[in-house]
Design a protein around this ligand. Structure first.
Ligand code: HEM
Length: 282
């Protein structure tokens, strides 16, 4: 009996918590600018796509977000574009917004809602819950996480290669902008989750690709965004980049591509991304 009343009490409290949209703002903001693709995707998933009045250019999922006004790349956002959209709230990751931009937005009276992201399954669940809670949609977070967990379980069942393939990620915007990803980047983390290892080490963030480093790293697999591969003119263009032909990946033509936002976002589609990458690097 005591046990039963405990369960009822617990469920009543739960129902009340989920029924009241407890936003961190009092009411749900009608004009949101999101400067991060993962946050935009979570906002759309919790039913707030119509409240988004602008995004950065990595916010491309769901595809309908592509038609929202753009305020720049999340690595280089300017205040003017954001302020022109008259937002009530600007949201993104702490790493997206430089101190100068924070000061400019605050002095214009815009509320900032920034989140920290950890590139792991647990970090993804935490981010989804935090964003949903801040915008008063706790219940939707649990639905998203249920699907995420099912996708992660499916990805976990994929048979991995006996030896971890060395994967080199190249961020390309034409041959003039080619960078490789170092430690603690989302790309390194997802390569590891998919059963591979980063072919380059010893630096954080991204650094320009050099033919010497490429040959030394000797990757088994070269990974690019779909858009990155296109910017080089496809496989033919990539094969002509200095150093590529001397690597195992070049000799075996083991070049793979994925949608950039899916690969790097560590958001609701993380399980699908790991699944796709694990199949492709085998
Ligand atoms: C020199 C630095 C960078 C430049 C000049 C740059 C430039 C660009 C441009 C022009 C686009 C739009 C492309 C299109 O719509 O086809 C884009 C999209 C994107 N960028 Fe960057 N970017 C840089 C660094 C990065 C880094 C380090 C990341 C993280 C891995 C990143 C992630 C993305 C993503 C996810 C997209 C979304 C569209 C896609 O899949 O291509 N960018 N970037």
């Amino acid at each position: 009996m005591k046990q039963l009343s405990k369960i009822i009490k617990k469920n009543v409290i739960r129902a009340i918590l989920f029924a009241i949209p407890l936003t961190g703002f009092g009411k749900t903001p009608a004009r949101i600018v999101s400067v991060n693709g993962t946050i935009s995707e979570i906002l759309a998933d919790i039913g707030l796509e119509n409240n988004i009045v602008g995004t950065d250019i990595t916010s491309n999922y769901p595809v309908s977000l592509k038609s929202k006004p753009k305020v720049g790349h999340n690595r280089n956002i300017s205040a003017e574009g954001i302020l022109a959209l008259k937002p009530e709230v600007v949201t993104g990751l702490t790493t997206d917004v430089k101190p100068e931009l924070v000061a400019q937005l605050k002095s214009a009276g815009v509320k900032l809602e920034l989140f920290n992201q950890e590139y792991s399954s647990a970090g993804t669940r935490k981010l989804i819950r935090e964003v949903a809670a801040k915008f008063g949609r706790q219940q939707q977070a649990e639905t998203i996480i249920k699907k995420l967990d099912a996708d992660l379980a499916a990805a976990g069942k994929i048979k991995k290669a006996a030896t971890k393939p060395k994967v080199l990620f190249i961020y390309a915007r034409g041959t003039g902008t080619m960078m490789v990803s170092g430690t603690n980047t989302p790309v390194e983390k997802i390569i590891q989750l998919a059963g591979g290892e980063n072919a380059v080490k010893g630096f954080t963030d991204y650094k320009p690709l050099t033919p010497e480093a490429l040959i030394l790293a000797n990757p088994d697999v070269i990974l690019l965004f779909d858009s990155g591969m296109q910017s080089l003119g496809g496989v033919q263009g990539l094969s002509q980049v200095k150093g590529i032909a001397q690597t195992n990946a070049g000799k075996n033509q083991k070049f793979i591509t994925m949608d950039g936002e899916l690969l790097t976002s560590f958001g609701p589609r993380l399980g699908l991304a790991i699944n796709e990458l694990a199949q492709k690097i085998k």
